[in-house]
Ligand binder design. Structure first.
Ligand code: IMP
Length: 177
C-alpha cells in the first residue's frame, strides 16, 4: 500500500530506512578512517539533518565544519553554476576530509566542492551523500558513501526542500502527480 504523509506526498524513503542506512554508513566510515584525523564538512543547507545524524553514528573524535553553497535559488531546476555563500574555516591540510551532501543530482556541486577543498591539500578527500541520482556517472564522480539511489523525481524532506519548505520531514517524500 502507498504510504502518504500529511502533505499528501508519497513517502519514498521512510525514517526507519534512513536511520538504518545512516547508521551503517557511520560504522563504515569509522572503520575506514581508523584513528586518523578526520574533518567532516557538511554542505548547507540540504545536508544539515543527514549531517547531524551521520556524525553521531561515527563513534570517534571528529572535526565538524560547514560550507554553504548555492546553485538552485528557489527554483526547482539547476542554474548551472555554484557559488560559495559561507566557506568552511577549519584547516584541513593534515586531515582526511569527508564532504557530506544531501543529494548528488547533476554533480555540479560535487565538482565544485571537490575542487575547492582539494586546493587546501587535505590528506584525502571523499564524499558521502544520502541520495544519488541513477543518472550520475559514479566512475566520473565517485561518491564513496551513499545511502540511496533515486530516479528523476524531485524529493523533499530530511533536509531537502521545495522553495524552502519541507526540510523538517523525518523521511524523504515525492509530490504526487
Ligand atoms: P547538484 O545538481 O548535484 O549540484 O545538486 C545541487 C543541489 O540541488 C543539491 O545539493 C540539493 O540541495 C539540490 N537538489 C537537487 N535535487 C533535489 C531534489 O530533488 N530536491 C531538493 N533539492 C534538490
Amino acid at each position: 500500500m502507498r504510504q502518504q504523509n500529511k502533505y499528501n506526498q508519497k513517502v519514498l524513503i521512510s525514517q526507519e530506512q534512513i536511520q538504518e542506512s545512516v547508521h551503517a554508513m557511520g560504522e563504515r566510515i569509522a572503520a575506514d578512517y581508523g584513528d586518523d584525523p578526520l574533518t567532516i564538512i557538511g554542505c548547507l543547507k540540504g545536508s544539515f539533518i543527514f549531517m547531524a545524524d551521520l556524525v553521531r553514528a561515527i563513534p570517534r573524535p571528529l572535526h565538524i565544519d560547514f560550507i554553504e553553497v548555492s546553485s538552485y535559488g528557489n527554483e526547482l531546476s539547476s542554474s548551472g553554476n555554484v557559488r560559495i555563500v559561507k566557506d568552511f574555516k577549519h584547516p584541513v591540510q593534515d586531515s582526511h576530509v569527508l564532504i557530506v551532501e544531501d543529494i548528488v543530482d547533476t554533480g555540479l556541486t560535487f565538482d565544485f566542492l571537490f575542487e575547492h577543498i582539494r586546493l587546501k591539500k587535505p590528506t584525502s578527500l571523499e564524499i558521502a551523500a544520502l541520495l544519488v541520482r541513477s543518472t550520475v556517472d559514479l566512475k566520473k564522480r565517485p561518491v564513496k558513501y551513499h545511502g540511496f539511489t533515486i530516479g528523476e523525481e524531485y524529493v523533499v524532506g530530511y533536509g531537502l526542500d521545495a522553495a524552502g519548505l519541507y526540510r523538517n520531514l523525518n523521511h524523504v517524500a515525492v509530490f504526487e502527480q
